[in-house]
Ligand binder design. Structure first.
Ligand SMILES: [Zn+2]
Length: 419
């Protein structure tokens, strides 16, 4: 009797064992038994995590290559070497208060898929590659998703290697060499995969709230980050008549309220947040001299997002002028929305249904390596629920049954793409 590969399933205990072992590298314990990890890009902890994962890759008999920016790619050979490989992966760097699942699940889920295939003696036509990309979180080096951006040719390698760490000003290229991950494979890659599929936790509350197991991710929201500084006239809070004030705090408050009004007016997927506010001199009885704050605006619709960005900047300039204040604006980040490949989204959805899992289509609110890979090959993502929607938090968690479901959808999606 021949094996029907559509019946293959991953091993949950093996997947969890690897997630916990990697989580123990740079482990951070919380007061209530919750635990996560801190493996900032290109630190000693990141090196230890990389060493562990590449050892697992080699133990599975995979060929492991490291490229010029430290991205690691492990290859499970296919039966037809002339065909381009199918790639899965994610990142294993974390933020300072990171969880065990963000990024790590995508890499270890990929390894679990390969181990499942190897143990069953299944060799698809196309090779299957499992990758982890350098500095996805951007916690030490700007920009985030740096490794995958360089991999697809969106940022020159030399420019990336010259980036400086926020914490100790170390040069990225020197840090790579220091931890032993300045590899020799060309970056950007000489050839790109046939397709890329990434398993990731949702990092938000939607799937859990709706009781749905799998998110078939349709794309990644576009984003604008701007920093505004409003400068007025510092004055005594008791003696200065209202009509004589130039109060930057009032302007900042008006802009904050307008950010929400713009999001409400545009509707759809538009969100807007003022998340940072610095007031100088920050005293109870003083009209502030200066207020600096940021706006974070996101939308899956690029035209509406541009409209939101224009609207908030025009409103801010008008309010500052009305109050007699000076305004400066610095753009901090801008990424266009990314739409994943429709056939790949269909495949994730159909595979989830075939395996008996509830599934919904959804955009990603956070950035991922997949949005970079989408520039060079058909790409999609598989989301699994985050308990309480928590992420970038050591309490980040996902139910074991959801980890299993996500990894099985990854397995069957990869098998389909590789055959
Ligand atoms: Zn991530």
């Amino acid at each position: 009797m021949t094996l029907d590969v559509t019946d293959l399933r991953i091993s949950l205990p093996r997947l969890i064992e690897r997630i916990e072992a990697l989580g123990n590298v740079g482990r951070v314990d919380g007061p209530k038994g919750e635990w996560g990890c801190a493996r900032l890009a290109l630190t000693d902890a990141d090196r230890d995590g990389r060493d562990l994962v590449t050892t697992w890759m080699a133990d599975l008999g995979l060929e492991v290559t490291i490229d010029g920016v430290g991205n690691a790619v492990a290859t499970y050979a296919g039966s037809d070497p002339s065909m381009a490989p199918v790639m899965t992966g994610s990142h294993i760097d974390t933020v300072r208060t990171g969880g065990r699942f963000d990024g790590n699940l995508g890499v270890l889920g990929g390894l679990e898929v390969v181990e499942t295939l190897a143990r069953a003696g299944v060799r698809p036509r196309r090779a299957i590659q499992v990758a982890f990309f350098t500095d996805e979180e951007g916690s030490r080096f700007h920009p985030d998703m740096l490794g995958s951006l360089v991999y697809v040719g969106g940022l020159a390698l030399e420019e990336a290697l010259d980036m400086r760490a926020h914490d100790n000003d170390a040069r990225l290229g020197d840090e790579l060499a220091r931890i032993g991950y300045a590899g020799s494979m060309p970056c950007p890659a000489a050839t790109f995969p046939h397709a890329y599929i990434e398993l990731h936790i949702e990092q938000g509350p939607v799937l859990e709230a709706e009781g749905i197991t799998i998110g078939a991710v349709t794309g990644v929201q576009g984003i604008y980050w701007n920093e505004f500084t409003i400068t007025g006239q510092s004055a005594h809070a008791g003696t200065t008549p209202m009509r004589m004030r130039k109060d930057p705090m009032v302007v900042a408050a008006q802009i904050t309220t307008e950010a929400r009004a713009i999001a409400t007016r545009l509707g759809g997927a538009q969100v807007a947040t003022v998340g940072r506010l610095d007031v100088f001199p920050d005293l109870t009885n003083v009209v502030p001299a200066r207020v600096t704050f940021t706006t974070d605006m996101r939308n899956t619709d690029g035209l509406k997002l541009d409209e939101a960005d224009q609207a908030i900047k025009a409103f801010a300039a008008r309010m500052a002028a009305d109050e007699g204040c000076e305004m400066t604006m610095t753009p901090l980040a801008h990424f266009e929305p990314v739409e994943f490949n429709p056939l790949m989204i269909d495949l994730v959805e159909a595979t989830s249904k075939r395996l008996g899992y509830s599934v919904r289509r959804m955009p990603s609110g956070a950035g991922h390596d997949a949005q970079m890979l989408a520039r060079v090959c058909p790409t999609a993502m598989i989301f699994v629920p985050s308990i309480n929607g928590l992420s970038h938090n050591i309490a980040e968690d996902t139910a074991p049954s959801d980890l299993e479901a996500g990894a099985n959808v990854l397995l069957q999606t990869l098998l389909h793409l590789a055959s």
